[in-house]
Design a protein around this ligand. Structure first.
Ligand SMILES: Nc1ncnc2c1ncn2[C@@H]1O[C@H](COP(=O)(O)OP(=O)(O)OP(=O)(O)O)[C@@H](O)[C@H]1O
Ligand SMILES: [Mg+2]
Length: 445
């Protein structure tokens, strides 16, 4: 731009560098695309133009000005007014609309008042004249092959300046940088938007998962409560049955046996046939008494309630050894276990279930049982020397023995572990907290 004929080449180079440097700074100064363009308009005026307008075209929207700058503050309002009241005619063959369509710059080094616009009315012509266009460049804002706007640079008649090819090249470079800056800002905004949407979706999903998890947890707690209720009811029923069979049936049978003895005693010795019958009946009653004791004990050994866990375990192991021939060893450092009746039943039932498994699956010749207490925990370990349970058997979902044991222990906030070593045996370890509440189920929500 020839501001003055004696501008030296050096000054021109300096001005170009200064413009590009300042433009670079202001284009980066904000993340908002419109602000970036407004800042650029401020840098361009007055270094490269007396006034300048930046137009943008966005999908679905008409061409609109996003920044207007004028060297003369009084004329800024006029320039602004002109842009807003008379936006570019989208069908015009010259001017901003054409530059946006073609992506090619338009260059008017020396022009009259109305070269670019066909005045739409007298006021339009008046406004344009009062701004006094002298020399005009309209350069497209092109990025990634897409024209997103146009930069219109004007020197007015009063300044006596006019644009050169070098100014056009500089304007194109500025436009290229501005387009890139706007594109980057838009991409950044899009990325931010996507990020925000993603975060929103993650938040929603997390909330859904939390809700589902709470529901699941509630169902689990309800199931545990139900399991505990059923377990307790079953145990109570067994205790009642055992007592009734033992006490009532057992006493009746004992009464019967005494009556038979009385009959035997009061039958004349001559009546051998009757005496033989009484003897057979008495033997049968003896067998029935033994059966009731056995059945009652199987339901719930009285020794568990009368003499406690240690005695009941010892008795159970002796019975097991007698029945199966598998040698049993019992060790405990305790004299009694400070557990409530429910806890004692849990340990005893688990021992019974574990021994049944040894007899059925292990092929063992020996079982060792340890009962110990450390701080607030009582632990039961049952170790056999059989084939060793496999990992898939531990994880198996088809059988209910292990599942039931685990459940009983969970209900008491305890741990249940079972592990096998091939050819060497299986170890089951149960740990129950001593002072924990009876049931590990929180109150219903
Ligand atoms: N001491 C053991 N030694 C080797 N394998 C074992 C031992 N205890 C259990 N298993 C294996 O683990 C499986 C699961 O045991 P679990 O007690 O759950 O079921 P089960 O005894 O087969 O049937 P039930 O439901 O009647 O108890 C058994 O089928 C068996 O294969
Ligand atoms: Mg079993």
């Amino acid at each position: 731009m020839e501001i003055n004929t004696d501008i030296t080449l050096r000054k021109r180079v300096e001005r170009t560098q200064r413009l590009l440097a300042e433009a670079g700074q202001v284009l980066e100064a904000s993340l908002d695309p419109t602000t970036r363009l407004a800042n650029l308009a401020q840098v361009v005026v007055p270094l490269l133009a007396d006034w300048c307008v930046v137009h943008i075209t966005e999908a679905g929207q008409p061409i609109h000005p996003v920044a207007v700058a004028h060297a003369d503050p009084q004329k800024l309002a006029l320039a602004d007014d002109l842009q807003r009241r008379y936006p570019p005619d989208p069908d015009a063959l010259r001017g901003v609309a054409q530059v946006l369509r073609t992506g090619q710059p338009e260059f008017y080094p020396e022009t009259s008042d109305e070269p670019l616009v066909s005045p739409r009315d007298a006021e339009h012509l008046e406004l344009t004249r009062s701004l006094g266009l002298k020399s005009v460049m309209i350069v497209p804002l092109v990025t990634r092959g897409h024209t997103l706007g146009a930069l219109t640079l004007v020197v007015s008649a009063e300044s006596g300046r006019h644009y050169t090819e070098a100014d056009l090249a500089l304007a194109e470079e500025l436009a290229r940088r501005a387009a890139l800056a706007v594109d980057n800002a838009r991409l950044y905004a899009e990325a931010q938007q996507l990020n925000a949407e993603l975060e929103e979706r993650v938040l929603q999903r997390t909330a859904q998962l939390l809700a589902a998890n709470t529901q699941l947890e509630n169902s689990r707690v309800q199931l545990l409560r139900l399991a505990h209720y059923e377990q307790a009811a079953r145990e109570e029923e067994r205790t009642r049955l055992a007592r009734e069979i033992h006490d009532e049936l057992g006493q009746d049978l004992t009464g019967l046996k005494m009556d038979l003895a009385w009959l035997q005693k009061h039958t004349r010795p001559k009546r051998k046939d009757l005496l033989q019958k009484f003897k057979a009946m008495s033997d049968l009653v003896d067998t029935a008494i033994q059966s009731t004791r056995r059945i009652a004990t199987q339901l719930r050994p009285g020794i568990l309630d009368d003499l406690g866990l240690l005695a009941a375990m010892e008795w159970q192991l002796q019975e097991f050894e007698k029945r199966t021939g598998i040698r049993c060893k019992f060790s405990s450092s305790l004299e009694e276990v400070a557990l409530d009746a429910d806890g004692i039943t849990v340990l005893f039932r688990i021992l019974q279930e574990t021994l049944t498994n040894v007899a059925r699956h292990a092929g063992a010749t020996q079982v060792e049982v340890f009962l110990d207490q450390a701080q607030d925990t009582v632990s039961l370990r049952v170790q056999d020397n059989g084939r060793g349970i496999t990992e898939s058997e531990v994880a198996g979902l088809k059988s209910f023995g292990l599942l039931g044991m685990r459940e009983r222990v969970t209900l008491r906030s305890g741990d249940f572990h079972i592990q096998g070593t091939p050819g060497q045996g299986t170890t089951v370890v149960i740990r129950l907290p001593l002072n924990q509440g009876r049931v590990a189920t929180p109150e219903a929500p």
